[in-house]
Every structure is written in structure tokens, then in C-alpha cells.
Ligand binder design. Sequence first.
Ligand code: APR
Length: 245
Amino acid sequence: MKFSEKLIALLKSDPSVTVLTGAGVSAESGVETFRGENGLWRKFKPEELASVDAFLSNPELVWEWYGYRKNLICDIQPNPGHYSISEMERIFTSFYLITQNVDGLHKRAGNSRPIELHGNIMRNRCTGCDKQFENIEFSGEIDQIPTCDSCSEMLRPDVVWFGEMLPKDALEESEIAISNSDVFFSIGTSAVVQPAATMPVWAKNNGAYLVEINPEETPLTTYADEVINGKSGVILPELLREIKE
Ligand code: APR
């Protein structure tokens, strides 16, 4: 039995469930994680690509970097882990999904309102007036940085960069989820980037049963009530089958 009787009984009682996801949930779709052995931060320096300073000193490079990541994403599909999390939204009366991922795969898998803590790579926004724009391709021409049609300032990817505040609405929605959770799943995240890394701890301190799903240990592992070692694309479908038995 991969799952405790306590967890299965809890999940069969229609509890309020919150799922927090990280890059590991998209790994089985072919999206590189950040800190794994082939992780993006092993090949590229985040401070050179995912920060305001990087953007202001070299907007072309940052636009090209996000174009590269968008190209990696546009050919991939959600995996069984994403579809299981989408089904959880339909199974549980009270369900929240908080994601650190910017790849948009949770929405494509059917989750209607993921709380996107770190933004969405398929959206852009103006550095001057904050106006939002759907996906814009960057031609790669040095003098072709996309600009705002309202105030003519440069556009940027609508993702949260290192050192930046998270979107206020995402933080507020996360607080509601955390304070309402009977069961809190931390899935596919290394639990090292704040404030997401502390959210499972807050939830547990609020009385939630904390479950971690990850093939490796993380700083959260010793704190979790239940740790399920393995891939989310394998474990989550099995978990849903057991709940529905
Ligand atoms: N299923 C579940 N977990 C997996 C899988 C899988 N198939 N494959 C890898 N993992 C786990 C790894 O063991 C690791 O703990 O996913 C985690 C990925 O960790 P990171 O690469 O650090 O990604 P994440 O936790 O999402 O990073 C948080 O850091 O760089 C910033 O903004 C970026 O949102 C990102 C944040």
C-alpha cells in the first residue's frame, strides 16, 4: 500500500484539499526542472536571465531566453499528474491549486483557476503601466523589443523574477487556501524558494494533514505527515484510483 489508511479515509471524507506544485509535476511532460541534474539553473545563471537587473541591462537576452523556454513548452502536453490534479478539482468540494510553474500546463489539463504564484510565461506585461498582453513572440532583432500600445514602454514576460514580490492577488488567494486546508499536498517542488516553500508549513500549523510527493527528499520531508517517494505522474493516478474504490 503506497498510501496510509489515514490519508485514504481523509480523502474519502470530502476534505478541503490544497495542492502546491513545482517544476517536478511538469518533468514527465519533458519540461526541465530548475535544480535537478539537468536543471535549467545548472546550464544558465538565473541572475543573468531571471531578474530585473538582467532585463534592464540586456532586455534582448532575457526576451530570447523566455522565447527559448516558450519553444520548449509549446510542443509538450500535460501528463497524467496534471490530469489527476485537474480531476481533484472536480472530486473535492473545496479545492485550491497553488503553482510555482509558469508553463500553463495545469490550465491546459483542465484546472480552472490555478493560483499562479510566479506568473505565466505565455503572458506579457508593460514595464510602464502594467498593462497585460497575451503571448508575444520576440523577433530576436535587437531594436525590436516589444513595446506597450498604450504608453510605449518595453514589455516583459509576466513572470516573477528573483528578488521581486509575488502577485498580491496570488498571495491573498494562497492565504485563503492555506487557512482552509484539511489536506495539503506539496508535489514536485524542492521546497527551497520562498514564500512557496513555507506554505506547506503554515498549512500544517493550521491543522492540515501534510503530504509530500517527490522522488527525492527535500527540506520539507521531515516535517510532512506523509511522504510518498516517486513520480507525480505515476503516484497521483494511483491515489485517485484508491480514493474512488
Ligand atoms: N514527480 C515529482 N517530483 C519530481 C519529478 C517527478 N516526476 N521529477 C523531479 N521532481 C522533483 C525534484 O526532486 C525536485 O525536488 O521536483 C523538484 C523540482 O525542484 P526545482 O527544480 O527546484 O523546481 P521548483 O521547486 O519548482 O523551483 C521553485 O524556483 O527557480 C525558481 O521560479 C522558479 O518556480 C521555480 C522555483
